[in-house]
Design a protein around this ligand. Structure first.
Ligand SMILES: *Cc1c(COP(=O)(O)O)cnc(C)c1O
Length: 437
């Protein structure tokens, strides 16, 4: 089941899976096997020539993982997808795929901390350069930031941790005018709140660890491709050159574009980065992610509704200096939220604690229901102080550019009763204000 005629909620429970192909099992089976019988020598020839679809070894592909890939591709309207072992692997494999061999990535300062660290300290060692736009709110700044070596623009659709937004369509236009793809980290939004491909993005990456899986029990990542970007435009010879793994019957090497015109990007990630760098998702973890996705809409709807309530509560609290979520009354992103996020702009955001550093620590140490931890998108509500944890490797100047002052607290709202969450925050605010006074 994968046709485009089914609605989102049908695809999220059935997409990419036909029970007839799996002994009529209703729940997607876990193919917990490292390897697959090859059958006979003729069959292995056909598999290696891509004349027959099948499985050889779980590092190259696994039936449980395939269902996850097809399901997420269906939810995002993609032509192909590939699952990997983490969100970081999804980002790195994607960006190396476009910029390997001396390319550059144009991006913004509003990114997940691990992404910022790897961009600054790891990517340059592999010959991939990173450029930051001066003003992410100005699409023209993206145009000015592009160099002859730029191979992609990379943005987060809802940024970590401040839930800032961007004009995705206009940034996609800038990318396409320069013959490069727009790559979007859609982790906070999930395919339920936003399908970036429908707004001009070419590739979407996810940390499936977060709201996609939604239960805080798996590390995983997914890459989805749109299937419309022109990889033959001269800037990306890696897609048009003959490749040693793609030999035909006559032993002639073919290109990724020749073999998979609809999904050359994900095939290339599979046959270069996934099989040789090896961050493969396990069948069991794919199964847990599939289970999580079955309730994606229901979970995210409730979390967005709770977010609305908590934002209202924080806005009228004197111990709160500011609230950074597009649903906040003072948010500069209300128009963009209306345009791109009619169902809500996610349930992870920040607020400024109005008090001393010591009071902030007391506040964090006093919450009882919120879990103090680094994850987001869990079914449980989470709290953290990003300047000292998730974004702790940033210098004071970088924190300033990223919009993460020392008083920043991040919340990720789960599925508990919102009144209990508000009561928990209220008692922690009270403790923080009393103990110092
Ligand atoms: C967590 C996160 C990542 C990294 O994902 P992992 O699954 O932890 O590797 C990437 N991008 C965003 C926006 C994230 O929140």
């Amino acid at each position: 089941m994968s046709g485009t005629h089914f609605g989102f909620d049908t695809l999220k429970v059935r997409g990419g899976y036909n029970p007839r192909d799996h002994n009529y099992a209703v729940s997607v089976p876990i193919y917990q096997t490292a390897s697959f019988e090859l059958g006979d020598t003729d069959r292995v020839e056909r598999l290696l020539r891509f004349d027959e679809e099948g499985y050889l070894y779980t590092r190259m592909g696994n039936p449980t993982v395939t269902v996850l890939e097809k399901r997420v591709a269906a939810l995002d309207g993609g032509s192909g997808a590939i699952a990997v072992a983490s969100g970081m692997a999804a980002i790195t494999y994607t960006l190396f795929s476009v910029a390997e061999g001396g390319g550059r990535i144009l991006t913004t300062p509003h990114l997940y901390g691990g992404t910022v660290d790897s961009f600054k300290r790891i990517y340059p060692r592999f010959g991939v350069g990173i450029d930051l736009v001066e003003d992410p709110n100005d699409p023209e700044a993206f145009r000015r930031g592009i160099t002859p070596e730029t191979r992609a623009i990379f943005i987060e659709s809802i940024s970590n941790p401040n839930a800032t937004l961007l004009d995705i369509r206009q940034i996609a236009n800038v990318a396409h005018e320069n013959s490069i793809p727009l790559i979007v980290d859609n982790t906070f939004a999930t395919p339920y709140l936003l399908n970036p491909l429908k707004h001009g993005a070419d590739i979407v990456v996810y940390s499936a660890t977060k709201a996609l899986g939604g239960h805080g029990n798996v590390i995983g990542g997914v890459i989805v491709e749109g299937g419309t970007f022109d990889w033959a435009n001269g800037k990306f010879p890696q897609f048009t050159e003959p490749h040693f793994l793609l030999r035909d019957d006559a032993g002639q090497e073919r290109s990724f574009l020749e073999l998979a015109p609809q999904s050359p990007f994900t095939l290339r990630v599979r046959l270069t980065y996934l099989i040789y760098f090896g961050a493969v998702l396990s069948p069991f973890d794919a199964y847990l992610l599939l289970q999580g996705i079955e309730t994606l809409s229901e979970r995210v709807q409730k979390q967005v509704a709770t977010t609305e309530k908590i934002v209202r509560y924080l806005e009228k609290n004197e111990a709160v200096a500011w609230v950074s979520h597009p649903a906040a009354k003072e948010s500069p992103y209300r128009d963009l939220a209306e345009k791109y996020f009619p169902k809500g702009a996610g349930s992870t955001f920040t607020f400024g604690f109005n008090g001393t550093d010591q009071q902030l620590d007391i506040f964090i140490n006093s919450v009882k229901l919120f879990s103090y931890q680094a994850n987001v998108g869990d079914s449980r509500s989470l709290i953290i102080n990003p300047p000292k944890t998730t974004h702790g490797e940033l210098t004071p100047e970088e924190l300033d550019v990223a919009g993460i002052p020392p008083e920043t607290i991040r919340l990720s709202l789960g599925l508990e009763d919102p009144n209990d969450l508000i009561a928990d925050l209220a008692q922690a605010f009270t403790k923080a204000s009393c103990e110092v006074a």
